[in-house]
Write a protein of this length. Sequence first.
Length: 164
Amino acid sequence: MIQKQAFIFPAFITDFTQKELETFAGNGIDFKAYLKIASDKLGIVLPEFSYQTDDYKNDELLAQIIAYLFSCAFADLLKKKGVKPDFGAGYSMGLYANLYAAGSIKLEDGIQIIFNAFKLVNELSCSGQYGMGGIIGLSSDDISQLINQSNSEIDNELGILNAK
């Protein structure tokens, strides 16, 4: 039996094992450097991460950023250890950590995308109802046909990744 490995990244982190920072430090990963890169990219000073505060739990943007940074740091740690995934996936905002782990975007790009998406969703949520979905297994033509048949106000912005 052939075994495959996958990296799967969360959208948010609500609970911490309280061993993340210790694991990073013990493996030569300076997590403060990730926070500095994010701070520099956004032009703001992000608070230092601490298990004793809820800064990164009570603020939705900070929660997304810390989940992304933790995921990227863990991906870097695993790569450093020689672990190479055969597959990757991300749930919601975890998609950007997956793109980083795959080498498709730089750390800074993911930070900017998360920030822009956060701003856009906040703007949309003030103007009415909105939603987002992912479809697997249908062609873009099938999706377009379903949207057209539904007579709904659906924005047909298809982002398609064809994996073989």
